[in-house]
Ligand binder design. Structure first.
Ligand SMILES: C[S@@+](CC[C@H](N)C(=O)[O-])C[C@H]1O[C@@H](n2cnc3c(N)ncnc32)[C@H](O)[C@@H]1O
Ligand code: SF4
Length: 403
């Protein structure tokens, strides 16, 4: 609806009233906590995450203090809400000692209510730990380990500039499974000069460990990385699609469910923390450059903390860790919801749209009609679920919901 209300002495002002109305939430979504540790031994040439070479010891004690101060600063935004999962990601969180992780988790538990069965994941890189450190993380309360294997092939590990070798990858896989059981391996494919047979061999090695969860990412050239500036000889689109098809089939026949674009799991071992992102749940991100999405009775906000570790520490000390703080507009929220939900093989119940965005599903009616007409989304009024074609051409499907 449009109102034309001329101000005195001015031309009529046209206001789209619908665009100004705010969302309504009957209940707030589940809330997860993300903790960012921004240091690595060395920057990998393909990586655009907020990670920085440690150049000596990372200041772990000061950083844990800052994380807890940061959490305290955020408490008014999440007052009385329970945390359903924690993900300690990076960077390389396994650079931190078990004592630091123990102090961090104890500090979190003392400040926010944590669900008794909360999934608590920590990202570990091969070559940055030993078994005792793992056992220490487990004793601190970490109950899921995500290991950045990337490849078991020495040639490919060298080509992508990893600090670990194939033996370290195997030792890390062994130790993770022995101590945690609940483990994810990150693997990448379409590596420089990689053939289908080599990618299959990587996956066969991973499967021999039988991790309950596997993430399988297409190596992408991200702006502001060394690989973007000096591109290595990557398999072309067709060769990458051949790798993807072969490996997906192998994983599925080995009993893994391809439940999200890049994620495979044994039934019941899906990553709960990530599922919350894809279902447009809330998350508070603390630490350098961490992103948050938080719902309130009448709005959804996105926040980003200062990215550079040094500046982040200074800003937390000054009581102002937020570099960006904005309200998600009605124009963007439909796209943001669909961007996430359509990554899931099973999609989400249609009713979740209104529950999580605070707006009726009609907000994305045009996109839904276009997607249905092209066979990219199921014609099921109870579900928002991509078809097999929609999963293959996910970018095209997602773009139909662009504001
Ligand atoms: C937050 S990162 C870092 C985890 C950990 N530091 C490591 O590198 O092992 C999580 C995962 O994203 C994947 N990743 C990072 N950069 C990527 C890129 N350019 N293309 C595809 N996957 C990427 C890697 O598999 C990595 O393990
Ligand atoms: S270790 Fe992981 S986070 Fe660190 S630079 Fe490499 S890919 Fe990025």
């Amino acid at each position: 609806m449009v109102i034309a209300e001329p101000e005195v002495g001015k031309a009529a002002v046209v206001v789209d009233v619908a665009a100004l109305s705010s969302p309504r939430f009957a209940a707030l979504p589940p809330l997860a906590l993300y903790v960012h540790i921004p240091w690595c031994l060395k920057k990998c040439p393909y990586c655009d995450f907020n990670s920085h070479e440690a150049k000596g010891e990372a200041p772990e004690a000061a950083y844990v203090d800052a994380l807890l101060a940061d959490l305290e600063f955020a408490l008014p935004s999440i007052w009385s809400r329970r945390i359903v999962s924690i993900f300690i990601g990076g960077g390389t969180p396994s650079l931190f000692s078990a004592e630091a992780i123990d102090r961090l988790l104890a500090g979190i538990r003392a400040r926010v209510p944590l669900a008794p069965d909360a999934e608590i994941t920590l990202e570990a890189n091969p070559g940055t730990f030993e078994r005792e450190k793992f056992a220490g993380y487990r004793a601190a309360g970490v109950n899921r380990l995500s290991v950045g294997i990337q490849s078991f092939d020495p040639k490919h590990l060298a080509a992508i500039g990893r600090v670990h070798d194939a033996d370290e990858a195997r030792r890390a896989a062994d130790a993770a499974l022995a101590i945690f059981g609940n483990v994810n391996f990150d693997l990448m494919y379409a590596l420089p000069n990689q053939t289908v047979a080599e990618a299959e061999a990587d996956v066969a090695t991973a499967l021999a460990f039988a991790p309950p969860h596997l993430s399988f990412y297409h190596l992408t050239l991200e702006p502001n990385t060394l690989f973007h500036r000096y591109p290595p000889p990557l398999p072309d689109e067709e060769a990458a699609a051949d790798i993807e098809d072969a490996v997906h089939a192998t994983l599925e026949s080995a009993g893994y469910r391809h439940y999200e674009t890049s994620a495979f799991a044994h039934p019941g071992r899906e990553c709960r923390h990530n599922l919350n992102y894809w279902r447009f749940g809330d998350y508070l991100g603390i630490g350098a450059g961490a992103h948050s999405k938080l719902s309130f009775a009448d709005r959804i906000v996105r926040q980003v903390r200062y990215r550079q570790p040094k500046q982040y520490l200074e800003q937390v000390a000054a009581g102002a860790p937020l570099q960006e703080d904005s309200v998600v507009t009605r124009k963007d929220v439909g796209f943001e919801f669909m961007l996430n939900a359509l990554r899931l093989t099973d999609g989400v119940p249609a009713a979740l749209f209104a529950e999580r965005t605070g707006y009726p599903l009609a907000l994305v009616r045009q996109g839904l009609e276009a997607a249905e007409a092209r066979g990219l989304i199921e014609r099921d009024p109870a579900m928002l679920r991509p078809t097999a074609l929609g999963r293959r051409f996910l970018n095209d499907l997602q773009q139909l919901f662009l504001p």
